[in-house]
Design a binder for this molecule. Structure first.
Ligand code: BES
Ligand code: MN
Ligand code: MN
Length: 461
């Protein structure tokens, strides 16, 4: 098998096919795009079929459909289950895009001198998911598929994979596998291939603080009645102490403290603090005392306000003490912190710190467990060897700060490990305006993936 030559020969078509897929606004969060979700699922299904899958099928769920397809060459051989998602984040704020989010364009950037495709979903996750479809096409064409492969591409990842757990339980046998392979994370840089060994969990809540039973004149009542926005901001501020440690009782109980050895190893990963600050336009970093940036954003839990509102926000000034104030708060969790337990701890604490002058409601949204995978298994080794083949150097294990909640459920459901082979860069602006995916990264992914299959099948023997 010569994956490099095949990719070289077919790259134009691969890029054009991805561009067509990116034109479909498959926004899972917004019901206006329900028909586009179906269109995207059909397109993915068609691509799976063309790449060589048999038994391709679109499974409706209570939410958005799941696309499935497989190629079984021999029941006795191991099976790789590829997971990805065809849904994308809403493109908002739309004014900040330099080109429309669903009209993909190729532009050169400093980091991507060969060009990058700019579109919502380019990197997260259509582009990365599509690498796997093209890798299958390649292996079929080169007669080099060494084991069985199954694809499960979902449409609800960006909204919490609400119906996927039921789906994997219902179709447990159909989805049975020896390893799960995902490209929905990143790499340190183009010179530093990496394998994501950890993901954070998530607890997401919305809070509502109610003061007086109606909006009041802030002159007549001001000073004598609690302002729910003032109170809410004070309550939020109290959730972190002067060392940026979270103050919710019990919050850190199950947080794993990494050994100094492990922390030293993490610190070896290349990282430039000045460049980091410059890339996002900040004067200084901020975070939990006693931890460096790359620890704060991966092995430590967080609490962040994602949105806050209430009162008058229209043009000009209106003198008012609002009746209500709201905030959306997320907590990124580390392995062993249970998201349901943390949600309860938050709720109890938040209610307990509210003064009598207001009432509070905590509404839990979605969540999920974190994940960490060992680097001494054959799954990791196979991925590491694949990177060696194509990049000429071993991969760096990387604990990521992002979340893919379904990953920890996979381990329970299938009793198999997940390998996260990411090809995106932090600068690709996933979830942000001007999301893009480097053409070099896209093609390198397609080249590298077949080598994972080759090594995994060999190591499994
Ligand atoms: N692909 C991302 C997660 C990710 C990105 C992990 C980069 C590691 C590196 C995924 O699509 C995502 O955005 N997940 C959400 C969680 C979900 C419950 C909405 C997240 O992390 O916010
Ligand atoms: Mn994703
Ligand atoms: Mn995402």
């Amino acid at each position: 098998m010569n994956s490099t030559a095949y990719v070289e020969k077919h790259q134009k078509r691969f890029i054009n096919e991805l561009i067509e897929l990116l034109k479909i606004p498959s926004i899972s969060a917004d019901s206006k795009y329900k028909a586009d979700m179906q269109t995207a699922a059909e397109k993915v299904c068609e691509h799976l079929k063309n790449a060589g899958c048999e038994h391709t099928k679109i499974y409706p769920t209570k939410g958005h459909p799941v696309v499935y397809g497989h190629k079984i060459i021999d029941e006795k051989l191991p099976t790789v289950l590829v997971y990805g998602h065809y849904d994308v984040q809403p493109p908002d704020p739309i004014d900040l895009w330099d080109s429309p989010p669903f009209e993909p364009v190729i532009k050169k950037t400093d980091i991507h001198p060969d060009g990058a495709i700019f579109a919502r979903g380019a990197c997260d996750d259509k582009g990365q998911m599509f690498m796997h479809v093209k890798a299958l096409e390649l292996m079929m064409a080169e007669n080099a598929l060494p084991c069985n492969v199954k694809f499960m591409i979902e449409g609800e990842e960006e909204v919490g994979s609400e119906h996927l757990e039921a789906f994997i339980n219902e179709h447990n046998e159909m989805l049975a596998n020896d390893v799960i392979l995902i490209s929905d994370t990143g790499m340190i840089s183009k010179d530093h291939p990496s394998i994501t060994t950890g993901l954070r969990g998530l607890s997401y809540v919305e809070v509502e603080v109610t003061g007086p039973n109606r909006d009041l004149h802030s002159g007549l009542y001001g000073g004598a009645v609690a302002n729910p926005i003032n109170i809410l901001t004070q309550m939020i501020a109290s959730l972190q102490d002067e060392n940026n440690h979270i103050t919710i009782p019990g919050f850190y109980d199950n947080v794993e403290e990494l050994s100094q050895e492990e922390r030293d190893k993490m610190a070896e990963a290349p990282f430039d603090l000045e460049l980091y600050k410059k890339s996002i336009g900040i004067g200084d970093v901020h975070g939990e005392e006693g931890y460096v940036t790359n620890e704060r954003n991966s092995i430590r839990p967080t609490l962040d306000v994602n949105g806050i509102w209430g009162g008058y926000i229209g043009e000009g000034a209106k003198t008012v003490i609002p009746s209500k104030a709201y905030a959306k708060i997320s907590m990124r969790l580390v392995p062993h912190q249970d998201w349901k337990e943390i949600t309860e701890l938050f709720q109890k604490h938040f209610e307990s710190i509210a003064p009598k002058s207001v009432s509070v409601k905590v509404k839990p949204h979605h969540g999920g467990q974190g994940y960490v995978t060992p680097i001494d298994g054959i799954e990791y080794q196979a991925a590491d060897k694949a990177f060696q083949d194509i990049f000429g150097k071993p991969a760096i294990p990387l604990r990521s700060g992002g979340s893919i909640p379904i990953v920890s459920l996979f381990e329970n459901a299938f009793n198999s490990k997940t390998i996260l082979m990411g090809f995106g860069l932090d600068s690709d602006a996933i979830h942000s305006p001007n999301e893009h995916f480097g053409i070099w990264n896209f093609l390198k992914g397609i080249e590298t993936i077949p080598h994972f299959y080759k090594h995994f099948a060999a190591l499994k023997e």
